[in-house]
Design a protein around this ligand. Sequence first.
Ligand SMILES: O=C(O)CCC(=O)C(=O)O
Ligand SMILES: [Fe+2]
Length: 319
Amino acid sequence: MPVADSTTTAQGDAAGFSRLITVDDPFPPAGTVASGYERQLCALLEAGNILFLPRSPIAIPAEDKELLLGRKQTSSAYHKNIAYRPAEDRVTGLDASEQKEALELRRLLSDYSRRASEFLDRFLTPYAGKWKLDYASFRPIEEKGRPARLHARNDLLHFDSFPTRPTNGARILRLFTNINPAQNRVWVTSQTFEAFGPRLARSAKLLEVGSNPMLRVVRSASRALRLPLKQRPPYDEIMHRCHNAMKEDAGFQANAQKNQWEFPPDSTWMVFTDCVSHSVLEGQYALEQTFLIPQNALVRAEVSPLAILERLAGNRLTV
Ligand SMILES: O=C(O)CCC(=O)C(=O)O
Ligand SMILES: [Fe+2]
């Protein structure tokens, strides 16, 4: 079924659920796509669909891949999940004894980060120059059976919300690349935030955060005094509570209607993970770059989690 254009196909048809939109050629020859093609791609993403690129547009040199797959080194540094902070050009997640590997991983991740950014600017032109570069990551641990605290488990359906990096309404766009030479990365998705978020927010009484008069007083006082905010903006507080409430709800996790997606070796996929309920079931070795897309860059701001929650709450949820 053509979705944005004849160069794309969609799978998964139930209303309110994320669909997988396959984009075979991210840069189709001039004249083969209608005008507004890039805006349509952004609209599909913002509505909670997955853009899947079977041939990753982000080249990773064979040498670098060998390092990342752990074939050219024995150091345990390459077997840990690593975050890369582009703004500081720094990796986190390694010990003091792993400084040599830290330098190497910093170079590998900064290359991926730069290539992902260049691709985003060319592919989703409505966002070009407006996004903010968040962290990148390397995920070398097999996801199947990976032990983690309940709220940190990624094999449970959730909408993303970063506990220590509030976005204040900006949206979380993530680009993943499966660099495993043989194994698919397997995801499950369910209803989108538009379909499921309002019910979740009401049933868990999450909106009370936004209307709490005490919070508003604290917010305006700290704005006036230019103090750093101790607590998250109401938007992030609600999203964070949604994230936790979903993971805590064993009934929902077991019974929700789901779709399973397989991302093969050397594919890339892009998702607004704040509105696509998602979990990863298996897979090892992925690279990921997160972008924050501000409200004023969105092509369909009205379906953003912020707009949905503000309509429900009846007041502003950002500071
Ligand atoms: O690693 C993945 O494939 C996705 C994990 C996830 O849900 C996350 O990092 O928020
Ligand atoms: Fe996630």
